[in-house]
Structure formats: C-alpha cells, structure tokens
Unconditional design. Structure first.
Length: 102
C-alpha cells in the first residue's frame, strides 16, 4: 500500500501550531469563555472576576493576542478585549477539515 504524498506549507503549519498551542491551555480557554460571555471586556475585569494575578492574565492575553484569537482596543488607560470570531471560525474549520480527511 502506497502512502499519499503530503505537501506541507511550513508557514501555515507554524501559524496553525501557534494558534492551537494558544487554545490548548485551560486557563486561556477560561479567559476566552469569559470574554465571549461579555463580548468586550476590560482587562481589569478579567483578572478581578477570574481571581487571577494581573501579570499572569497579561501573559495569557499576550499569547492569545499573538495568535490572533483576541483583539484589543485602548480607551484612555484601559484596554478592552474582544474575540476575533473570524479567526476562531477559521481554526475550527481547519480542524474539521483535518478530522474529515483522517
């Protein structure tokens, strides 16, 4: 039985692994669920409500921002987070496509 040749785009693979790594952490998933529930939320509300340290929250939000899963908006001294729903939909579609071809 011959195996099919698979072409892997290294850049797409790197981006995909970064996004999946960002989503694979339970605390980051909790943060995403919290942001989704509120649609737009101030970073102070995130760490106060979830009872997290500010520095830990900021680190996790940075990872999510780098992966393109959340977006930020500054209003004065406050930073507000929202989910990047098109990006999340793209990730879910990619996972679904992978599982269908298995």
């Amino acid at each position: 039985m011959r195996k099919a040749k698979v072409k892997i785009n290294e850049e797409n693979l790197q981006v995909s692994s970064e996004v999946l790594r960002a989503l694979a952490h339970p605390l980051r998933m909790s943060i995403l669920e919290f942001v989704d529930k509120h649609k737009t939320i101030n970073v102070n509300k995130i760490y106060n409500t979830l009872k997290l340290e500010q520095s830990i929250t900021s680190q996790h939000l940075r990872i999510l921002r780098t992966a393109g899963v959340v977006e930020t908006r500054r209003d004065g001294k406050f930073i507000y987070y929202t989910l990047n729903y098109p990006r999340i939909a793209q990730v879910v579609k990619g996972i679904d496509n992978f599982l269908e071809n298995e």
